[in-house]
Design a protein around this ligand. Structure first.
Ligand code: HEM
Length: 180
């Protein structure tokens, strides 16, 4: 609080001693101004708080590598997804791992090797309908669980995969024709 008694400035109305004919006028100080120094520092540091990336929350690349391996183990036996991928999955694994490490805040090796991700364009050759997307998302969800990725990283990743996989649907659902 900034207060004045006549033309005299006083720090606080609680410290002021008024003569019977005097009046005190106070204005609120802006944001941090009326806080003690220790509280100002704490508030300022909270205001500039930088959220941790998923990569930092995971503690590095190892959980991501394990999750990608678990995901591809499931793709191996998926009747809808497996035919879309090349016979040898080693490079596919590597690319997905590098992309996710970069996207979640780790090293930018994916872009150094592959340029801009352009995921919609890169997925266009594959017929991704709702069913293919659901299989992909189920396997990724299971891979997150198998790797024991903990909150809050778990929800952040699930949320991202839900949205990005929906965004990659590029074919309408196949229509079953009943010609009986
Ligand atoms: C929606 C269901 C999806 C299907 C059916 C699908 C399928 C595929 C296929 C068949 C490939 C080519 C394999 C290869 O790398 O040689 C591929 C590549 C890739 N996918 Fe997906 N994908 C899906 C969703 C996603 C999502 C949600 C992401 C990211 C969050 C993603 C990230 C990637 C990346 C980074 C590559 C490698 C791109 C490159 O650099 O060439 N995919 N995907």
């Amino acid at each position: 609080m900034d207060c004045t008694i006549g033309t005299t400035n006083v720090k606080s109305k609680f410290l002021a001693v008024l003569a019977p004919n005097q009046q005190i006028q106070c204005n609120r100080r802006k944001k941090l101004g009326n806080l003690p120094n220790w509280a100002r520092r704490r508030k300022a540091s909270r205001m500039s708080f930088k959220p941790q990336s998923v990569y930092e929350l995971l503690g590095g690349e190892e959980p991501l590598r394990l999750m990608v391996d678990a995901f591809y183990e499931r793709v191996e036996t998926d009747p809808i997804l497996r035919p879309m991928y090349p016979a040898d999955l080693v490079e596919s694994k590597r690319r997905l791992f590098l992309f996710l490490a970069q996207f979640f805040g780790g090293p930018t090796r994916y872009s150094e090797e592959r340029g801009h991700p352009r995921l919609r364009m890169r997925h266009f050759p594959f017929a991704i309908d709702q069913q293919a997307r659901d299989h992909w998302l189920d396997h990724m969800g299971a891979a997150i669980d198998e790797t024991s990725i903990e909150e809050p990283a778990r929800s952040m990743m699930r949320d991202y995969f839900e949205r990005s996989s929906a965004f990659l649907i590029n074919r309408p659902d196949s229509i079953e024709i009943d010609d009986s």
